[in-house]
Structure formats: structure tokens, C-alpha cells
Design a protein around this ligand. Structure first.
Ligand SMILES: Cc1cc2nc3c(=O)[nH]c(=O)nc-3n(C[C@H](O)[C@H](O)[C@H](O)COP(=O)(O)OP(=O)(O)OC[C@H]3O[C@@H](n4cnc5c(N)ncnc54)[C@H](O)[C@@H]3O)c2cc1C
Length: 435
């Protein structure tokens, strides 16, 4: 904790002594899981070096609470907590997603049907204002609005420097059973039934095609007759179609999609044999961020991460098959743990569902990607659905603030970043050239 205090004082001093209001971006150690933008301006902005904020500070085994710096990756967190038989309530599937990025950008996974997002398991944040003041906030009390607005703020409301989050007991292995369905109606019935009964530890799935729906139901277990890893020749999402059940070591289960969710490369047998072990989503993203300016636009796959109200899933999929028709899709049921303060009243009033399905499109290659992004955006607005802001966004300002809560955002922005050096969330995420 002493060394943490020293790091914070260094960063706070840098912010306090800054005499410019030019935009500032965070420089962290792990790769960013934002889809790189060819016309982005990241390289031009001043950097605030927070790369040493990546330590696990404390694991309170009795209270089941972990305290860690925001740059700690989930791989590091799981390795440290699993040593005590504990894991975070929500572990996003890519090894190098950081806990700070998971709060600010929003992360989900197969325990989300019980717990919501990673941020819903957080108990406290230490946050630096753009002027270098330190504030500690939690879900209750005077600073609750600040705490709740940090989620999905994409780094525009302050810099998270410490996170306290809950842990739950884990076992050494996970047994996954693959339930196969031929229609969306059957699939939805099965999801709803597991959601109500909470009879499994983990639930996600792959929609391989409009006739092939797989629900992957996982449970912690003490023993395993065999185990599989999906880090070389085997491709996890494909295995869900061919297998009836599987056993994975717990950390291999958490990061089973680390080679890409449904966009695993290389695809060929020879390619996987030669490079399959080396290539991971981390490396692919690093290369994409480095070379995005020289890559042709169509070389960057379309990535869209949608949240569909459960009651609208039938309507959405009918539209999707007719207009987009790209499969497979990753499906992660997500419980809305409470009415999120960053959503506008108008949006929240229109959606009564407590369960959403995160339907994620990866690896879709199309000419004129912007047209496809906008088409999906328009459909989502029509049915009261949203998407994470991790890729290409084309909302008008009016549309954006009909989904997001402008009043709450501005209340916190005025206090945390009055000179707008961390940038405005609309401009940062929706202006083509801003990030
Ligand atoms: C190809 C791809 C695959 C993905 N797969 C998954 C998946 O399997 N499961 C899943 O849950 N999610 C997935 N995501 C989404 C991912 O969880 C989010 O993009 C998340 O925000 C990434 O976190 P990061 O650590 O990479 O943070 P970054 O991408 O570096 O940052 C995300 C945002 O948070 C801000 N930020 C980062 N650190 C801080 C801080 N300390 N304080 C304040 N703001 C900060 C940044 O400025 C940025 O705006 C995927 C995204 C992509 C592009």
C-alpha cells in the first residue's frame, strides 16, 4: 500500500502541475480492448503514464475481498485469488482485460446471468480528478453517484487508481454441459429456466446458425476425469457444437475464448499447428493498434457487442437474419443488477426487462463497415437495446443522450474534469477521429 501511495502522489502531482488543457490519455501496460480506429488521434495526445498501477494490493480471504490497482489483468487477478480458492464474481474471457478497463468500458461473462457486470461486484474505487485530487467512492453514501457513473464512463470522468471487489469460492475444475436447441424459442426457454432457478454456476452460448443454438452450462467441480485446453489446435467455440460435455481447469475455463471468441485465427490446420500457440487476441489487438493506419479498412473485422432486452430477442433475431445474417454469435445472458445511473430515464422507462442477452458479433468482414454499424445501431434504438461503445459508433448527439444520462454525466463531469482534458464521452466514443 505504501508503494501504491507513492505512485498516486506521483500521478496526482503530474496532474496538479500541468499547465495545459490539451487532451490527455492514459498509458497502461496491457493492450487496449477497444477496436482500433484508422483515423484515430491517440498518438497526438499527451500521455499520462499509469503503467505501474498494476499490482494486487490485498486479498482478504475471510471477507472475500480483493484490493487491486486498475491495470491488474484478470489473468493476474485469477492467478492470485485462485491460490486461496477464490475468484472474482465476473471474469471477462480475455486474459489481458484489466479491472480498470472492465469498470470503465463494461465487461461481462458467463456468471453475468447471476451477478451482472464486473462493476456490480465492486465495493469501492479510489479515483483521481483531472486536477489531481483523490476521492474514494462506494455504491452507498455521499459519493454513490460518482461510483455508479464511473461504469461505462470510458475514462472521461476521472482516473480509477484502486478497486475493491468481491470474490467467491471456486473449485479447481469446471464441468461444462452443452445443451443443443434447434429453435430460438427453445433456446430462450432454457435460458429463462436457468435464470430463474440459478441451478448452474456459469451460462453462455454460441448461436452457430439460425438452426443451431448451443447453451454452455458450467459448474465448478472438485474432480475431473480429463481436462481440455483451448490454446493451440482446439478451438473452443467450435467444440461447443461437437461435444456434449467437457472439463477444463478453472483458469482455462475463464480464458477459454482467449484465442478469439468466434474470430479465432489462424483457421487452417497447418496455420494452427505452426502459429496457433503464439497468436492470441492480445497479440492480434496489439498488431491491429500498431498497424491500423496502414491496413485497408476491410481488413479490420466488424465487432459489435449488443445488449438485447430478453423480451425483444425474437424480434431482433428475425431482423438480424434478414439484414445481417452473420454467424456464429456469442450469447451471454446478463442480469441488470440495478437501474444503472448512466442510462437516461427515457431509456430506462422504455425497458422493463431484468435480463438482457449480450449478443456479440466478432469477425464479420464487409465492405463499407460504417453502413453495417449504423444499420445495427438503428435497429437497437428501435427495440430499446444498446451496445457497448468499444468499436465504431455513429449516434447523433441527440440519439446518444436519449440513451445515456446527460444530467448525471454533467454533474460528475463538472466536478471531476471541468476543463474537459479527459474528453467528452460522446465525442470520444462517437466522433470518428477522436480516439
Ligand atoms: C476484440 C474484443 C474482444 C472482447 N472480448 C471481450 C470478452 O470476451 N469479454 C468481455 O467482457 N469483454 C470483451 N471485450 C470488451 C472489453 O471488456 C472492454 O473493451 C473493456 O473496456 C476492455 O478493458 P481494457 O482493460 O482493455 O481497457 P482499455 O481498452 O484500455 O480501456 C477501456 C476504456 O476505459 C478507460 N480506462 C482504462 N483504464 C482506466 C482507468 N484506470 N481509469 C479510468 N478509465 C480507464 C480507457 O480510457 C478506455 O476508454 C472485448 C473487446 C474487444 C475489442
Amino acid at each position: 500500500m505504501e508503494s501504491h501511495q507513492r505512485k498516486i502522489m506521483r500521478i496526482s502531482d503530474q496532474l496538479r502541475l500541468r499547465d495545459s488543457n490539451e487532451p490527455l490519455i492514459l498509458m497502461k501496460k496491457a493492450v487496449s480492448h477497444q477496436v482500433p480506429k484508422a483515423d484515430g488521434r491517440k498518438d497526438l495526445y499527451q500521455k499520462l503514464d499509469v503503467s505501474d498501477l498494476d499490482e494486487i494490493i490485498d486479498i482478504d480471504v475471510e471477507k472475500r475481498i480483493c484490493t487491486a490497482e486498475p491495470g491488474a489483468t484478470f489473468e493476474k487477478v485469477v492467478e492470485s485469488t485462485l491460490a486461496y480458492g477464490l475468484v472474482p464474481l465476473v471474469v471477462p474471457e480475455l486474459r489481458t482485460i484489466t479491472i480498470g478497463g472492465a469498470v470503465s468500458g463494461g465487461s461481462i461473462e458467463s456468471m453475468s446471468y447471476r451477478f451482472g457486470g464486473f462493476h456490480d461486484s465492486c465495493l469501492e474505487y479510489e479515483v483521481l480528478t483531472a486536477k489531481g485530487d483523490i476521492i474514494v467512492c462506494s455504491p452507498e453514501g455521499d459519493e454513490s453517484l460518482l461510483f455508479n457513473m464511473m461504469h461505462w464512463s470510458f475514462g472521461t470522468l476521472g482516473i480509477i487508481t484502486l478497486i475493491k471487489f468481491r470474490l467467491i469460492p471456486a473449485k479447481p475444475y469446471v464441468k461444462v454441459t452443452y445443451e443443443k436447441y434447434r429453435s430460438l424459442e427453445e433456446y430462450n426457454r432454457a435460458i429463462w429456466s436457468h435464470y430463474l432457478s440459478r441451478d448452474i454456476d456459469f451460462m453462455d452460448g454460441i448461436i452457430h446458425s439460425p438452426e443451431e443454438y448451443v447453451l454452455s452450462c458450467g459448474n465448478f467441480t472438485d474432480d475431473a476425469p480429463y481436462t481440455h485446453r483451448y490454446d493451440w489446435m482446439r478451438i473452443y467455440y467450435l467444440s461447443t457444437a461437437s461435444r456434449r460435455e467437457d472439463y477444463l481447469k478453472t483458469s482455462d475455463y475463464f480464458f477459454r475464448y482467449n484465442k478469439g471468441v468466434t474470430n479465432v485465427r489462424p483457421k487452417s490446420f497447418a496455420g494452427r499447428l505452426l502459429f496457433g500457440r503464439l497468436v492470441s487476441s492480445d497479440i492480434t489487438l496489439r498488431m491491429a493498434h500498431r498497424f491500423v493506419k496502414v491496413l485497408p479498412e476491410k481488413a479490420i473485422p466488424i465487432t459489435v457487442d449488443t445488449f438485447i432486452p430478453f423480451s425483444k430477442m425474437g424480434e431482433f433475431m428475425k431482423w438480424y437474419e434478414k439484414n445481417i445474417n452473420h454467424f456464429p454469435l456469442w450469447c451471454v445472458p446478463y442480469k441488470v443488477a440495478h437501474k444503472y445511473e448512466w442510462l437516461s430515464d427515457e431509456f430506462a422507462e422504455g425497458v422493463k426487462d431484468e435480463l438482457f442477452l449480450d449478443i456479440a458479433i466478432y469477425g464479420m468482414y464487409r465492405e463499407n463497415p460504417e453502413i453495417w454499424h449504423r444499420l445495427i445501431e438503428e435497429e437497437l434504438m428501435d427495440i430499446g437495446a444498446i451496445k457497448t461503445l468499444i468499436s465504431s459508433n455513429h449516434y447523433s448527439e441527440e440519439e446518444f443522450w436519449s440513451i445515456f444520462n446527460k444530467e448525471n454525466y454533467e454533474t460528475i463531469k463538472r466536478r471531476m474534469d471541468p476543463d474537459n482534458i479527459l474528453r467528452d464521452i460522446y465525442k470520444k466514443t462517437c466522433f470518428k477521429s477522436q480516439d
